[in-house]
Design a protein around this ligand. Structure first.
Ligand code: NAD
Ligand SMILES: O=C(O)C(=O)C[C@@H](O)[C@H](O)[C@H](O)COP(=O)(O)O
Ligand code: ZN
Length: 366
């Protein structure tokens, strides 16, 4: 990975070849410069967004793209994880067919991770694959979901059960879009940010702790540095292992139990909140094995708590969590794929975590 133009751009490469750029901006002013290479005059564009984002940002994005493209249409669905499902994908296909979209046309994902995952999946599957770009508008999407090409939907409320790897052609991040993000959603994004520090970079984890006040205040410089550092971590993993053959599984830290809890709470707790809880539980299991200390666990819990990433997990039956985990796609035969910590900043894949260890962590939760 290479940093160019004073941290405004990050190149994502696989096998030494650039596949796309992440542009880190503080407005939408440079969007059309960033999209120049996409040769828009010969292409139709469908901007996919949802009911909370559309009233704030759709008009501006539409106004910028429409003079440059052959035609621009929009598609907006009702916001929320509950709509991250095949029924919404079908409606996107309908809009594309109605407007005669062909293989050279382009989708634009304008929104958070729900929009990004579904737009990417529609792009991966419509006519066996068309191009798409990401314009992420939540912290979670800017640091994590817009990068790396994991696209898909939930099925029977099991997370991301149906999907495809399909990389975007561009990720355009406007950090100013986070000004309108509600606090709970902003803190949810911190679940993935803290995860990045815990699995890959203890210095970054320490930096997050040292700057918690500025992060909470959404200080522009600190926010920019944080998003940049998280994009480097996520992008680096994706470059080395784009299709999750090995290292990329580390990005699943906190997701084994987190996804089960997200399902059992019927998406009332946000993805980043469940990941935060899942990271804390995985830290407890790591400590139970003597990998990290109880002081580390306390430190990790305190850090998540700073961003309201603690939930009353005790209200869920531990047995249900364990059983739900066993129906998730993280099962390999009889073994659940778990990510644990050797130390803060160093994660590893483990396939030997027992039901008893999971249950014990859930019962000890406080
Ligand atoms: N593909 C990946 O690699 C990856 C990584 C992490 C998470 N995810 C997925 O991402 C999803 C979570 O993403 P999310 O947290 O962005 O959720 P989200 O897309 O539901 O957005 C969160 C909320 O913020 C609102 N919103 C979005 N941008 C806004 C803005 N700028 N101002 C005001 N409101 C705004 C949305 O309408 C929504 O209510 C989950 O489905 C998760 O599984 C995918
Ligand atoms: O990019 C990845 O790889 C991740 O695992 C990032 C996660 O934060 C994200 O929630 C992802 O969608 C989880 O993927 P899944 O394959 O466990 O459903
Ligand atoms: Zn996640």
């Amino acid at each position: 990975m290479e940093n160019v133009k004073e941290n405004h751009k990050i190149d994502i490469k696989t096998d030494g070849k650039k596949i796309y750029e992440i542009h880190l901006e503080d407005s939408f002013e440079n969007l059309m410069d960033s999209m120049e290479f996409l040769d828009l005059p010969g292409r139709k564009v469908c901007i996919v967004t949802e009911s909370n984002v559309a009233p704030i940002y759709l008009q501006e994005i539409y106004k910028r793209i429409s003079p440059k493209a052959a035609k621009v249409v929009t598609f907006s669905f009702t916001a929320g994880e509950a709509n991250k499902q095949l029924a919404t994908i079908e409606k996107i296909y309908e809009q594309l067919i109605r407007n005669h979209f062909d293989r050279k046309d382009l989708l634009v994902a304008l929104g958070g991770g729900v929009v990004g995952d579904m737009t990417g999946f529609a792009a991966a599957t419509y006519l066996r694959g068309i191009d798409f770009i990401q314009i992420p508008t939540t912290l979670l999407a800017q640091v994590d979901s817009s990068i790396g090409g994991k696209t898909g939907v939930d099925f029977l409320q099991y997370k991301n059960m149906v999907g495809a790897f399909h990389q975007p052609k561009l990720v355009y991040i406007n950090t100013a879009a986070l000004k309108s993000l509600p606090e709970r959603e902003y803190f949810s994004g911190m679940g993935e940010v803290i995860k990045h520090g815990l699995i890959k970079d203890s210095g970054y984890y320490q930096w997050i702790k040292d700057h918690k006040k500025e992060i909470k205040d959404r200080d522009e410089q600190i926010l920019r540095e944080m998003i940049y550092r998280s994009c480097l971590i996520k992008g680096g993993v994706v470059e080395r292992d784009p299709k999750e053959q090995g290292e990329r599984a580390l990005l699943n830290f906190g997701h084994t139990l987190g996804h089960a809890i997200e399902k059992l709470k019927e998406f009332q707790w946000l993805h980043g909140e469940c990941v935060g809880v899942g990271c804390q539980l995985a830290a407890m299991i790591s400590a139970g094995r003597g990998e990290i200390s109880q002081d580390d666990v306390k430190d990790i819990k305190d850090t998540f708590k700073e961003f309201d990433l603690w939930k009353p997990v005790g209200e869920i039956d531990p047995e249900e969590v364990v059983q739900t985990t066993k129906s998730d796609k993280k099962m390999e035969g009889n073994h659940v794929k778990f990510i644990l910590l050797h130390q803060i900043g160093e994660a590893f894949i483990d396939r030997s975590v027992t039901e008893e260890e999971m249950r014990h962590a859930l019962e000890q939760w406080n």
